[in-house]
Design a binder for this molecule. Structure first.
Ligand code: MF3
Ligand code: CO
Length: 252
């Protein structure tokens, strides 16, 4: 079922979201050439645990082994932090979740390592912009399809492609709740949005074809053609005043 949350509950989701946003801000200086990805994961985990009651939401979720998902270049999402060393010219998607007091926050950004080429730069910008276009549609009375349609229309206008198999989701007392929020679709179709719904919108946009596969580790999703992919995600609340982005850091 699709949940609507009271303002008190939205405040709790917002608190988890703020910790996730602060976590990505805290680790950002370490997203540079030479950084061992497993260390990035450890820094993030310690930072989350330094907030009383907070815990990394991904760790242990369906046996996922880490705090972050770190997805480099042709990795789309769900990269497991390990012995990889970040290198100049890569783009790296970092996805993180926090649970505090029974409520979840989910957030992802793609970062550049050093100097990246124009194609990757454009891919990152367009993916971020497509997320914002999707968020604009997240108003009461609109439909889930309006969100996906806005994301898809922008991404495809630049010749990029939208991953179909993985989608955004409702969020609140669980990391993944109904409804699913695809990053493609038709306007005015699907579930109708109402105030109090909290959702994670998370476009995964490929610079080449939309086709993907899952690696032998059972988690890491790669593009089939080996071209780069980017991922941005915000948790938002749907309110009468419009979409409220909850995954913002404590300094705004
Ligand atoms: N943001 C990702 C998602 O919503 C996080 C899931 S990764 C997992 O799918 F490790 F927690 F499964
Ligand atoms: Co998510």
């Amino acid at each position: 079922m699709v949940h609507t949350r009271t303002t008190r509950e939205i405040d709790k989701i917002a608190r988890s979201c703020q910790i996730v946003a602060d976590t990505l801000i805290f680790i950002e200086p370490q997203i540079k050439a030479g950084t061992l990805v497993s260390e990035l994961d450890q820094i993030a985990e310690e930072f989350i645990l330094s907030h009383q009651g907070a815990r990394p939401a991904f760790k242990g979720y369906m046996d996922y082994p880490a705090t972050l998902c770190v997805s480099i270049d042709d990795a789309v999402v769900h990269g497991i932090p390990g012995k990889q060393v970040l290198q100049d010219g890569q783009i790296v998607g970092i996805d993180c979740g926090v649970e505090l007091d029974g409520y979840y926050g989910d957030h992802a950004k793609t970062f550049a390592v050093g100097k990246i080429d124009k194609e990757k730069q454009k891919l990152m910008e367009v993916t971020r912009d497509s997320l914002m276009k999707g968020i604009e549609q997240a108003v009461p009375g609109n439909f889930v399809g309006d969100i996906g349609n806005a994301v898809q229309t922008l991404a495809e206008s630049f010749g990029f492609s939208v991953v179909r198999e993985l989608v955004g989701h409702g969020i609140g007392r669980d990391l993944h709740e109904e409804p699913q929020i695809p990053n493609y679709g038709e306007a005015k179709k699907g579930y109708q949005l109402v105030p109090g719904m909290c959702i994670a919108i998370e476009p995964m946009i490929n610079s080449g074809s939309k086709e993907i596969f899952t690696a032998e580790d059972g988690w890491t999703v790669f593009t089939r053609d080996g071209k780069a992919s980017a991922h941005f995600e915000h948790t938002i609340a749907i309110t009468l005043e419009g979409p409220k982005i909850l995954t913002v850091g404590s300094n705004g």
